[in-house]
Design a protein around this ligand. Structure first.
Ligand SMILES: [Zn+2]
Length: 422
């Protein structure tokens, strides 16, 4: 099983490096054969990734974007067609030379991954096809306290089985998003404080539970969320972006200079555990006054006078002008803004995406967030956009699919050779 890595999800680098010309590589025959093979693998991956990100594209446009000659692109496309990964359809429109150009499209129904999203209060599963198309999905609420590893594994299987049974082909990979700190090298969930998980080998356990031999890759929901928003959402085109995640706590994913920020061991991005209020409450991580103890779900409910209530009820009360809810959201908005201002000062992002819990909180606290942000350093403050996710509630789920597609996109034919027969 390939090591599930946080950085795998952000393998855009391979495509950005672009194709490699096969001409003049090496001189000795053996080396030349190996090098040619490597070039072909690289170019096949680059072409497939291009189609995965752009969707259906004419062959003439592919040729123009990828920068290889027309006959090479035709040969590569034919290989991908023969492997069952893409299809070509009748010419539509006009090619660059004035002739109609064949349309090449990913076979999304045929080539897909199982994407799983483990939350503290819900679990979700989806079949996501090549090209990022959500083909089928299931979601269930999870009562807080039901998040034991065994319980979650069983429920994920319950969601996944009908998805797998309804498909004509088997998945080429499985990706899972979790609200926890995930080891870069082994996919081990080191700590998921709001689920109460410590050192859970989730990838291996899930592979056994699902009875699958395809790789099961595990990633942090914030890391996966930022990758998805960067690829297909409001952070597309931004080289520096932060995605806030979390349903009960606050997590995050960061892309800097176009690449996911992993840290030495893959644990970077835990923005919810920045200390913002040393006199604050005890956090589940063991420290006091973390950002998530001020803007996490419990803090929001408590501030709005409904410590045992539901977020939806608090938002309804807020919308109705309830004074306690309004005052509570003002306080939460200030804390949210204090953390945002810290992130802007330290990381100078182009965009901060308010996903997870903050997707519901930001719209009602935005003036207070912006008031705090006004105190950040002028230059970085002037460059940041504050946005809701372009993918709605699906950022982490779509990111889990990207993680699962990574081996196929880096070596299409090699990954298929390792996949289960369909
Ligand atoms: Zn903490």
């Amino acid at each position: 099983m390939p090591a599930p890595r946080r950085s795998d999800a952000g393998h855009h680098g391979a495509a950005r490096r672009g194709p490699v010309s096969g001409g003049g590589v090496g001189h000795a025959p053996a080396r030349s054969a190996a090098a040619t093979q490597e070039v072909r693998r690289h170019n096949l991956g680059g072409l497939l990734r291009l189609l995965h990100v752009r969707g259906p594209t004419s062959r003439s446009d592919l040729t123009a974007v990828i920068g290889l000659n027309r006959s090479t692109v035709r040969a590569l496309t034919t290989e991908l067609v023969e492997a069952g990964l893409v299809r070509e359809s009748a010419p539509v429109g006009r090619g660059g030379a004035g002739r109609p150009s064949i349309l090449v499209e990913p076979r999304s129904e045929h080539v897909w991954v199982l994407a799983l999203d483990v939350g503290v209060e819900h679990i979700g599963a989806a079949r996501i096809g090549l090209g990022g198309v959500v083909l089928d999905r299931r979601q269930r609420p999870l009562a807080r306290g039901d998040g034991t590893v065994r319980e979650v594994l069983g429920r994920l299987r319950g969601l996944a089985e009908p998805l797998l049974a309804a498909a004509d082909t088997k998945p080429v990979g499985v990706g899972v998003a979790v609200p926890g700190i995930v080891g870069m090298a082994d996919g081990m969930v080191r700590l998921a404080p709001n689920l109460g998980w410590v050192d859970v080998p989730l990838g291996r356990l899930l592979g056994e539970e699902l009875g699958t031999t395809v790789p099961v890759a595990v990633g942090n929901e914030g890391d996966l969320g930022v990758v998805a928003e960067h690829l297909r959402g409001v952070a597309a085109g931004a080289s520096d972006a932060i995605y806030l995640s979390g349903e009960v706590g606050i997590g995050g994913g960061i892309i800097l200079g176009g690449r996911p920020l992993t840290g030495a061991g893959g644990y970077a991005g835990e923005v919810g555990h920045m200390t913002v209020n040393p006199a604050g409450r005890q956090c589940r991580c063991g420290r006091r006054g973390c950002w998530e103890t001020e803007v996490g779900l419990d803090a929001v409910l408590r501030a709005c006078g409904a410590p045992d209530g539901e977020l939806a009820d608090v938002l309804t009360a807020h919308a109705a002008g309830d004074r306690t809810a309004r005052n509570g959201m003002r306080a939460v908005g200030r804390w949210l803004g204090i953390g945002v201002a810290n992130l802007v000062n330290v990381l100078n992002p182009e965009v901060i995406v308010f996903g997870g819990l903050t997707r519901a909180i930001f719209p009602v606290t935005e003036p207070y967030v912006r008031a705090e942000l006004a105190g950040a350093l002028t230059a970085p403050r002037g460059q940041v956009r504050l946005e809701l996710p372009g993918l709605g509630a699906d950022s982490s789920l779509v990111g889990a699919a990207e993680l699962a597609f990574a081996p196929l996109l880096s070596d299409p034919l090699g990954a298929l050779a390792c996949a289960e027969p369909t």
